[in-house]
Design a protein around this ligand. Structure first.
Ligand SMILES: Nc1ncnc2c1ncn2[C@@H]1O[C@H](COP(=O)(O)OP(=O)(O)OP(=O)(O)O)[C@@H](O)[C@H]1O
Length: 402
């Protein structure tokens, strides 16, 4: 690595008069300051939901299955996030841990300041009754068949000993059913409701005790597209009106494509994520812009997209170089990148997209930029990548690369 000119520095380690991108000396100072903060414990993880190095190992009959292998995830209060990933990638395991149904093997899992690795039985019960709501994929698992919709919503309030008496509970149950668009069905039993209506009722049940977070595991999995959209609208309503943080595991593109943030899990780790923002274009029209990012963990590790790895035949070890606004990754022994082109030219310092893809609404995410897109033709760098693809790990913190 080489460094360039330096100047006087501000309290954050950068030059106070800097107007352009930071130079290499700035970056080195910043890195040293962050390392010192980590060592001093100031690098505290913040978020409504925090997973850091989360591990879950299942053991049965002498066989170990590592379902989560150091998963990192931070979700802010009030966010609505979709979790996607191939079958077996660890989505349900993650949701079971976050909802207090399962205990992780190691790492950090914290929701609303509840440390999920250190819950007493009593605190776990109060967490599940009052902090976390849950909606299962199977409609039959969410509701008691012999109670009406309104009675199903009242039940968690009764179990939690919610104050205000029967009348107050009934009033709240009705309000919640109205909110999810099920007012007229309040006095029907589940068998008298459609699948979509049952799932909307389940959403109302899940938020009956004012939880801080709502987890839903494939809530539209058993429904057709139109009915699934109604259920997702109910989740959106809960998120927007009640401010509940919502995390939805889904295979449903119609759901994943509608949220502002979709996180892809692969092999028990967060691999990439797509963020969507509405922007007003030059013609005054609002467009939805999707940007895809690789996920960098706290120790500096990330997964290179398989298309990038294959395009440059990257194997075993790579060279890393720090430039003022990006990091270059090159094959260790020459290869296609030896004559120039950095693999990743995205602006790293400001958190810019890893591949620079931008997708405007209209063609939809299928046109590019989402985690499930087809890889670019010929696997050229600069394209998007498929969620299920093999990736190369890059460990950046020690500068070794591999
Ligand atoms: N109770 C268990 N005992 C042993 N292995 C398990 C157990 N539960 C899950 N696994 C394994 O852990 C890994 C992750 O499973 P998980 O159910 O979390 O994946 P998933 O992404 O939710 O998959 P799907 O989309 O098919 O539901 C898989 O290899 C699975 O076989």
């Amino acid at each position: 690595m080489t460094t360039t000119a330096s100047g006087s520095t501000g309290t954050d380690g950068t030059r106070p008069d800097a107007t352009g991108p930071p130079d290499l000396a700035d970056l080195h100072r910043r890195a040293a300051r962050r390392a010192a903060e980590r060592a001093g414990g100031q690098d505290r993880l913040r978020g409504h939901i925090v997973c850091d190095g989360l591990v879950r190992i299942y053991r049965s009959d002498g066989v170990e299955v590592v379902a989560l292998q150091g998963l990192d995830l931070v979700i802010d209060r009030g966010e609505l996030v979709a979790i996607v990933g191939a079958s077996g990638s660890g989505k349900s395991t993650l949701l079971n841990i976050l909802s207090g149904l399962d205990t992780p093997t190691a790492g950090i899992a914290r929701v609303a300041d509840y440390d999920l690795l250190a819950l007493s039985a009593r605190r776990r019960l109060s967490y599940r009754r009052q902090v976390a709501g849950f909606v299962w994929q199977q409609t039959s698992r969410n509701l008691l068949p012999y109670l009406t919709a309104v009675e199903n919503v009242e039940l968690p309030m009764r179990l939690a000993g919610r104050r205000g008496g029967r009348r107050a509970r009934r009033e709240r149950a009705r309000e919640l059913l109205e909110l999810v668009g099920l007012g007229p069905g309040a006095h029907r039993r589940p068998e008298q409701l459609s699948g979509g209506e049952q799932q909307r009722c389940a959403v109302a049940v899940a938020v009956a005790n004012d939880p801080e977070v709502l987890f839903a595991d494939e809530p539209t999995g058993e429904l057709d597209e139109a009915t699934g959209a109604e259920v997702f609208a109910a989740l959106r309503m809960i998120n927007a009106e009640l401010g509940v943080t919502v995390v939805v595991v889904t295979h449903d593109h119609a759901v994943a494509d509608q949220v502002r943030r979709t996180v892809a899990i692969r092999d028990g780790r967060t691999a990439s994520e797509v963020r969507r923002t509405a922007r007003v274009g030059a013609d005054g029209a609002t467009e939805l812009v999707s940007e895809e990012y690789a996920v960098l963990d706290r120790t500096g590790r990330m997964q290179l997209p398989a298309a990038f790895v294959d395009a440059l035949a990257l194997r075993d070890r790579v060279r890393l170089d720090l430039a003022p606004d990006h990091v270059e990754v090159r094959p260790a022994n020459g290869g296609p990148a030896a004559d120039g082109g950095p693999v990743n030219s995205g602006p790293a310092a400001d958190g810019g997209p890893v591949n620079g893809d931008r997708v405007t609404d209209g063609g939809g995410p299928a046109d590019g930029g989402t985690v499930d897109d087809d890889p670019p033709e010929g696997g050229q760098p600069g394209g998007s990548w498929r969620d299920g693809d093999r990736r190369g790990d890059v460990a950046g913190r020690d500068g070794a690369g591999a």
